[in-house]
Design a binder for this molecule. Sequence first.
Ligand SMILES: [Ca+2]
Ligand SMILES: [Ca+2]
Length: 503
Amino acid sequence: MITSRLVFLSKTRVCLFPQNLYTAVTVNTPMKPTTLLASLLALLVWAQPAAHAAEKPNILFIAIDDLNDWIGALGKRTDVKTPNLDRLAARGVLFTKAYCAAPACNPSRAALMSGKRPSTTGVYHNDQPWRPVMKDTVTLSQHFMESGYRVEGGGKIFHNSYNDLASWQKWVKNPGFPSPKARAMQGTGHFDWGAHEEGDDKMGDTKVVDWGISFLKEKQVKPFFLAVGMIRPHLPFYAPQKYFDMYPLDKVQTPKVIENDLADVPPAGVKIAKPEGDHKKVVEAGEWKHAVQSYLACITYVDGQIGRLIDALDASPYAKNTIIVLWSDHGWHLGEKEHWRKFALWEEASRVVFMVVAPGVTKPKQECGRPVNLLDIYPTMIDLCGLPKRDGIEGNSLMPLLKNAKAQWEAPSITTHGRNNHGIRTERWRYIHYADGSEELYDHDNDPLEWKNLAKDPKFASVKADLIKYLPAINAPDAPKEKASKDDDDDRPKAKKGKKKDA
Ligand SMILES: [Ca+2]
Ligand SMILES: [Ca+2]
């Protein structure tokens, strides 16, 4: 009971838990038992005022699947309705140039939760189980568990197929979603969209949020790490009709594109875009606008769920002592560069929604335009909660930017798609380097939609030379694949054949 009072120590926010204290004393400084006891007592006396001064903050960790940068607060898509994400963004720091470590569910989430780059672990794709190649890795949530937190998760935090039960004291599964009676895109699997007549209450994300709300109503005896993972707006874009009604089809705009945007993209990039695949299907079916409408509808549905969760936190006794970290796992193309889905190194696939509200650290209405990465979340949360450091964590603590959104920041943000293909983003530039040595370079000051590839222009040789320096030195071989997957995007919870529910 006495040692449980050893929480935050002084301004350095170092957290001394009994096991760490024990380890530190016994391993590093062998002492006689009497000396040890005296030291402990001295430390306790010194620590007590600090323990009263600071409580350990709780964490509300919110993940959104396949949400690109179409939220109101990011300003790119002005017709999107995301009032709840926008009001949350206004409560803290909104990172306007945040990117994923990998543009696919599994490698992005594995990197975020392990703190390790895809190029370090070899987990590049959705069909590569991450745990077998990271057996001893202590994930972010495990680190909180080991630090004395109550750690529970619901819905999609890790990639569905590779959820890690060791990372949760309790985990709640998303029960799935209803489907419309008619399909917009026959024969394309879950690459489909449309409205259904069911209400929000039948949607899996609603049920996961219900669980999150019930958690927040419980009396907590320990600090908590509550992870709530949404599956929409992931395919299929099915949502209740009322969300479609907010985006009348005749007013829906497809993304701004130019003819032949791929003409200056090297073959390695064109192969990734696959213009003869999804894009051709969508255009030939006359479904482009409907797909955009459906994606917007799913975003607004999920936004409402985030609103419910935030309202529940605000109504709880934990409102003032809970850090909110919200992220989406990668972006999404809806026809830009004749590409659909994620799985690419351009802005649309790499850019994510990322915001942090940390009472006592962040100020409201802060926008940070420094290039950051989801890989930075692990070290940032260690610092925010004063947890012990971990070896092998890549990424940078964002603490300086949380305190001052305009703080000096040198690091670029790196996104990796498949072995040795990297995108490097600075405030101004995107540089893409493919495994075969081919390149793209875009100047966001003058070309925010990445239409003009400058990589072959000698004028920019020195810009490229500066960016090349940041390419990861290690490009680990591919981690073993589970099985040849017909569709790398088919990352729904495994359902039995013939089962109607679709997630
Ligand atoms: Ca995803
Ligand atoms: Ca182009």
